[in-house]
Design a protein around this ligand. Structure first.
Ligand code: ADP
Length: 403
């Protein structure tokens, strides 16, 4: 092929790529589900640069790390929360400098974060990294790895930059949509206590009411005000956790001490309900690295539930043990239990097991918050329960987290 023909082939190929880019970005802007969107973006990055694999990393402000949020099949690992440090990583360099970067032989580059090859079992021989920039900030990085033939070039950079610009807008849109979704859900949840309050106020106007009826209405008002208070406080806490605005202080946390503090706070409530608080703690338990306030909130929410959904004469037992390079926390109760078919919904926002909303106060956000905290600590949470006998919530937290 002479030079002119070669040039023609190249430009036809380039046009085809931009055509395809247009098709793909139309798909991106119409997708609001974040995880679907991220998968579309990495597949598009792989296809447009004709490479073996692609990944998308988003910045987590709380932890000052980039997290692998989506990857094409070749770069996926069992560990869904691979954290990439800002220093000594190619993605970290692209993020900090807000500049694209093409690297041949990344293994020889001091910026390469070697662990990633090991975790994914996919050795990188060449990489291109592109910053995900919105109008006023940087939110993450797209990486394409191992060009099928040859090396990544300027065309790859340009086409990926165009994709990244659209992708960043689509990600921000989907986050905004999620926030507005959360607010409409809250407004919906506020309606029930508000209408109960407004009915109560109307009833109080009736002159013919007996004193005991007035007293009942006053009690309803007090309960509903309490519920509104709980709802708004929990919502604020939850939305802070979700948005990443809550600072994440990483420090060694002794769970034994934290459990003692939690029991002290909840003991008056447990005494009132006639529920015994017990603990079973393995000796010389190593501290976990985490955020003390968040971990305290986690214990408070789970133990509060274990007391609340219990009965007089029942008990709550917290068991702390060392397990698989981490610590396992089990909160066992002898309470009402949870039907098997409800367990899958427990962690959903505002979800309450049918029937429990009439007998016990609550907002349905406690377990959603608990799960988010466990995720922030790269841990796991699960539930085992038998109706009428009791429930066990089990959490595993890594003992020594990265750096
Ligand atoms: P709530 O504010 O309603 O307690 P949560 O998110 O903490 O909200 O819990 C969601 C639902 O899960 C509760 O409404 C309750 O039905 C059920 N649940 C949570 N913990 C327990 C438990 N220890 N025993 C029985 N049911 C529980």
């Amino acid at each position: 092929m002479d030079k002119r023909e070669q040039l023609k082939t190249n430009s036809t190929e380039l046009l085809q790529r931009y055509d395809r880019l247009l098709e793909l970005t139309t798909e991106l802007v119409s997708t609001l589900d974040l995880s679907v969107l991220l998968t579309l973006i990495v597949e598009a990055a792989k296809e447009l640069t004709n490479c073996r694999a692609a990944a998308l990393l988003l910045y987590n402000q709380q932890r000052n790390h980039l997290y692998f949020e989506a990857a094409t099949e070749q770069l996926r690992s069992d560990d869904t929360l691979i954290a990439i440090p800002m220093e000594n990583s190619i993605a970290g360099w692209v993020f900090t400098n807000r500049q694209p970067l093409i690297i041949e032989e990344p293994g020889e580059d001091p910026r390469f974060f070697r662990e990633i090859d090991i975790v994914t079992s996919f050795p990188a021989t060449n990489i291109i990294g592109i910053p995900l920039l919105t109008k006023d900030k940087i939110i993450g990085v797209i990486e394409a790895v191992n060009k099928t033939t040859g090396m990544f070039d300027d065309h790859d950079r340009r086409v990926l930059e165009a994709l990244a610009a659209q992708a960043a807008i689509a990600i921000e849109n989907s986050r905004l949509f999620r926030q507005s979704d959360m607010i409409s859900e809250l407004v919906h949840e506020l309606r029930t206590p508000l209408s109960a309050l407004s009915a109560a106020v109307h009833l109080l106007d009736r002159e013919e009411l007996e004193e005991f009826q007035r007293e009942r209405i006053r009690q309803t008002i007090a309960n509903e005000v309490h519920r509104l208070n709980e709802l708004t406080t929990n919502f604020l806490e939850f939305s802070r956790l979700e948005s990443g605005r809550m600072p994440f202080d990483k420090e060694p946390v002794h769970l034994e001490g934290l459990l003692r503090e939690t029991y002290e706070i909840l003991r008056p409530q447990a005494d009132q309900e006639g529920v015994a608080l017990e603990a079973d703690i393995q000796q010389s338990l190593a501290p976990v690295m985490g955020d003390r306030n968040q971990l305290k909130r986690l214990l408070l929410n789970l133990i509060n539930n274990a007391i609340k959904y219990n009965e007089a004469g029942g008990s709550v037992r917290a068991i702390l043990t060392r397990q698989d390079h981490g610590v396992q926390i089990s909160i066992q109760d002898t309470g009402v239990g949870i039907p098997q078919d409800q367990i899958g919904n427990l962690f959903d926002r505002y979800y309450r097991v049918p029937g429990s909303e009439n007998s016990f106060g609550g907002t349905g956000l406690g377990l959603t918050i608990a799960r988010r905290i466990v995720q922030n600590h790269a841990g796991r949470i699960s539930v085992d329960s038998e109706p009428g006998k009791g429930s066990t919530f089990t959490i595993w937290l890594p003992g020594g987290m990265e750096d």
